[in-house]
Design a protein around this ligand. Structure first.
Ligand code: FE2
Length: 279
């Protein structure tokens, strides 16, 4: 172990509205963090008031990147132009590679009075932007839990070391080689996670308070990490966060609503293809 990461910036998420009036908290993808290469957007959705989200995200297109939905509570009913349809229950993850184009709807629903989760947008490199659409739908029972006693980690993507064993997340063959883990820290616990040097990384605290590399990060705040290797997480009173990392793409980003390409011409083409029903 050497070269631990530090927190380069802490940002409070902002209440925003998307879809048909869904209230959510956005951190990446607004203000001066329009992107955090390769991540384009991070939304933390969910309130106790169904009126805040029940209109959902009716039919809309995507091209050129990936949308990752992780449900903490409640469920999301989805349907798309490939004919796929299903319900994402609590603890499930859907890694959707939109590639050359998909049209889908995402409708949040309560379960036992609750609905919350995350949507992350992950960019695709130019060579993969027009790939065929692909889904990885992972049921809650197929997300392994790394049990470290006072720290519990749900491993969606990447790996966590438990003793000498590696616990691998089920998400595979993603361009940016991502890490996506959901870490629950009991009061007084500590966990250090190795991250590939050179990869972009952030933590988002959604319950309690967490010290990220020694910096106190409160609920609903995003901590952007410096480059380096491992990051140390700890909590005095308990907390829960997602830790996400991925290889930066380093290409120009042309962005227009649900289309993310490299050039303005490719955006115009996407709009035209969608209007002509070629998704
Ligand atoms: Fe979508």
């Amino acid at each position: 172990m050497s070269n631990p990461r530090t927190v380069s910036r802490v940002v409070r998420s902002q209440v925003a509205s998307d879809g048909a009036g869904v209230k959510l908290r956005r951190s990446i993808g607004m203000g001066d963090i329009s992107e955090l290469d390769p991540f384009l957007l991070l939304d933390n959705f969910g309130t106790e008031n169904p009126d805040d989200y029940i209109a959902g995200f009716p039919e809309h297109p995507h091209r050129g990147f990936e949308t990752v939905t992780y449900m903490i509570a409640g469920q999301m009913r989805h349907k798309d132009s490939t004919g796929a349809e299903g319900v994402l229950g609590p603890g499930s993850v859907q890694w959707m590679t939109a590639g050359r184009g998909i049209v889908h709807s995402e409708m949040p629903e309560q379960r036992e009075g609750e609905m919350s989760g995350f949507q992350l947008w992950v960019n695709l490199p130019a060579k993969d932007k027009m790939c065929p659409p692909r889904y990885q739908n992972i049921d809650p029972g197929d997300v392994p839990i790394a049990d470290l006693g006072d720290v519990q980690i749900r491993v969606l993507a990447g790996q966590v070391l438990v003793g000498g064993d590696e616990v691998h997340g089920p998400i595979s063959k993603v361009s940016v080689d991502p890490v996506y883990i959901d870490v629950t820290l009991s009061a007084g616990s500590r966990y250090t996670h190795d991250i590939e040097p050179g990869h972009t990384a952030f933590a988002y605290v959604f319950q309690g308070n967490v010290n990220v590399a020694g910096t106190a990060v409160e609920q609903h705040h995003l901590a952007i990490l410096s480059d380096g290797g491992e990051v140390e997480l700890s909590s005095e009173n308990g907390g829960r966060l997602i830790l996400v990392a991925g290889r930066p793409i380093g290409e120009p980003v042309a962005r227009h609503g649900p289309f993310v390409m490299n050039t303005f011409e490719e955006i115009q083409q996407a709009v035209q293809d969608y209007q002509n029903g070629n998704f």
